[in-house]
Design a protein around this ligand. Structure first.
Ligand SMILES: NC(=O)c1ccc[n+]([C@@H]2O[C@H](COP(=O)([O-])OP(=O)(O)OC[C@H]3O[C@@H](n4cnc5c(N)ncnc54)[C@H](O)[C@@H]3O)[C@@H](O)[C@H]2O)c1
Ligand SMILES: O=C(O)CC[C@@H](O)C(=O)O
Length: 543
């Protein structure tokens, strides 16, 4: 049973879907923080939240169960993404469900601010008929600056055009042509638009570039009497600068839905003339909440039940079809990682994974992650998976590079892993898939062979002389160890040189048997490496 925790208010339609999902059970626990949140998260496989709960690094400490957090909404700034990735937790969001509602809210704030809707209403509530006091301003014919022309920014621009406003836009990821098609005049910097705008609205995420995008220096440049709207994220406008801009008269109005610290119930901006504020209501419509809740539940159940990753913000997308088509090679990559650790048990400093043939056109990042999982499995208390493996490898300073070569070589597809210890000991192994799903080792340190890539492997190097296989086979027989398959490989086509042998054994040989193999004349080294059987594979590899 997959257990899901709902950490913020979620529309009933989403909860109904969770209740109906087979193999899933859920609990709603709102308002958690600190130790309570950490303990709760450790008992669930998936979590759904909005912007209320804060998923901090501390809240994920020691958590080996949680696999995914889905944000029912756009902004994931309340979820620590690096900490989630490190903990192997995929973070997904529902980016489109609340676009129109938020755009409408930005427009509503702009109009309410222009026509003094909030104070005029308050005047009536207090018994005043103040028709002179609340002289407004018309938006038609005015210029609106839109910073951030993504989903919401464009929806705001379209609506503002319908209100007969002129639109100046700024977004480094928008082309002149596309902007012109939408009737937006694109400018090269925010500074450039400031002297020309009557209204400004921002629709970017809060990042290092957008934090304090509008501060005192920008207010110097802005057209006197400008009105500012923020329904994106608190902090894009510097709140202190807004206060000073209003006090000096440089700004005629400010409309905010979002704040630096939320919840925010006490701000010097509240009650100032020209200011209208709402408590983060952009997405608070029945339509938006139903849509994001339904989408969030779909994303989480698809992931927990089928391994499908969509709308992830900390890892690449992974649909069920890609996962199925790659499963055989993910398995080989994982096993080559395990084999690498077996061959270099004292530690690996760097490795290179090369995908050859048909597989080179597939998602090599995923193959690299699977190989990294093989390298690190069992090293940490937490589960290592496709989400966190590469980051954990980087944390430990292990260099891993990936290459793709479209040429096929001897196999339609193969994966080559080369790895080196910090003492300079190197190995090179090549794996492929036989049939649909049979992982095979087809080369070891330049020796061509064909060995199973699972269970117990007895690997020995020897002089290529008669009697070696017989000698090793006799020792196994004497010690009651059954040989499932054997493979020998020589470096070139000529006998008599160095060779390698691999026996796939049904059980691990005793230390005594291994020592007896080592003592055979012409054997130069022998070691036993355990690779996982099908039922020992990590959950993400089990189909
Ligand atoms: N008030 C609410 O309830 C509410 C609801 C939904 C979304 N939001 C917020 O609205 C914002 C926009 O959401 P969206 O769905 O449109 O996101 P989006 O990803 O579709 O668009 C963001 C745009 O910002 C642009 N951008 C990034 N950095 C920029 C920069 N330095 N300067 C200019 N443009 C930059 C990007 O190129 C992108 O086009 C987000 O911060 C989101 O969290 C708020
Ligand atoms: O959950 C909410 O209501 C806030 C939504 C909004 O800030 C978002 O980023 O999607």
């Amino acid at each position: 049973m997959q257990r899901v925790i709902v950490l913020d208010n979620l529309a009933q339609e989403g909860l109904d879907l969770l209740a109906a999902a087979e193999g899933v059970e859920y609990e709603v626990r709102i308002g958690l923080k600190g130790d309570e949140l950490r303990e709760a998260l450790s008992q669930f496989d998936g979590a759904i939240c909005r912007s209320g709960v804060k998923i901090t690094p501390e809240s994920l400490v020691g958590n080996s169960r949680l696999k995914a957090i889905v944000r029912a909404g756009v902004g994931t700034d309340n979820i620590d993404k690096p900490a989630s990735t490190r903990a192997g937790v995929v973070v997904m969001n529902t980016p489109a469900g609340n676009t129109l509602s938020t755009a409408e809210h930005a427009i509503a704030l702009m109009l309410a601010m222009s026509r003094n809707v909030a104070p005029a209403n308050q005047g009536l509530v207090e018994g005043r008929w103040d028709r002179k006091k609340y002289m407004g301003t018309q938006v038609a014919g005015k210029t609106l600056g839109v910073v951030g022309l993504g989903r919401i920014g464009l929806a705001v621009a379209t609506r503002a055009k319908a209100l007969e406003m002129n639109i100046l836009g700024y977004d480094p990821f928008m082309s002149q042509e596309r902007a012109a098609d939408l009737g937006i005049e694109l400018v090269a910097t925010v500074d450039e638009m400031l002297p020309d705008i009557d209204y400004l609205t921002v629709h970017t995420p809060l990042t290092d570039e957008t934090r304090n995008l509008i501060d005192l220096p920008q207010l110097e440049r802005i057209k006197p009497g400008a009105r500012l709207v923020n329904a994106a994220r608190g902090g894009i406008y510097n709140e202190q600068a807004l206060i000073e801009g209003l006090k000096s008269g440089k700004l005629a109005g400010v409309a905010l839905d979002v704040y630096v610290d939320e919840p925010c119930t006490d701000s010097p901006l509240f009650g100032m003339e020209g200011v209208v504020c709402t408590p983060h209501l952009g997405a608070s419509t029945e339509e938006a909440q139903t849509q994001v809740a339904v989408e969030a539940v779909g994303l989480l159940t698809d992931f927990l039940l089928n391994g499908q990753i969509k709308n992830a913000v900390n890892v690449a997308a992974l649909d069920a079809k890609t996962l199925a088509s790659l499963r055989g090679y993910l398995d080989v990559a994982y096993r080559l990682g395990r084999l690498a650790v077996g061959l270099l048990p004292s530690g690996i400093a760097s490795c290179r994974l090369t995908a050859r043939g048909e597989i080179s056109g597939k998602d090599t990042k995923l193959l690299t992650s699977a190989f990294s999982c093989g390298l690190l499995d069992g090293v940490f208390e937490e589960e290592v998976n496709l989400i966190n493996a590469q980051m954990l490898l980087e944390d430990r300073g292990i260099k891993l590079t990936t290459e793709s070569q479209s040429g096929m070589g001897a196999f339609r597809s193969s994966l080559t892993a080369e790895f080196e210890s910090s003492q300079g000991v190197m190995h090179k192994v090549v794996g492929t898939v036989f049939g649909e799903s049979m992982p095979r080792l087809v080369a070891l340190d330049g020796y061509r062979l064909e060995a199973y890539l699972d269970g117990c492997l007895l690997i020995f190097t020897h002089q290529d002389v008669p009697g070696i296989i017989g000698g090793v086979g006799n020792i196994c027989g004497e010690h009651g160890v059954n040989i499932a398959q054997m493979a020998v490989g020589r470096a070139g086509d000529h006998p008599g040189g160095e060779a390698v042998g691999i026996l796939n054994l049904d059980a691990a040989p005793s230390a005594e048997a291994l020592e007896a193999v080592r003592q055979l004349p012409a054997i130069s080294s022998a070691q036993v490496i355990h690779l996982p059987e099908a039922d020992e594979l990590p959950s993400w590899l089990q189909g």
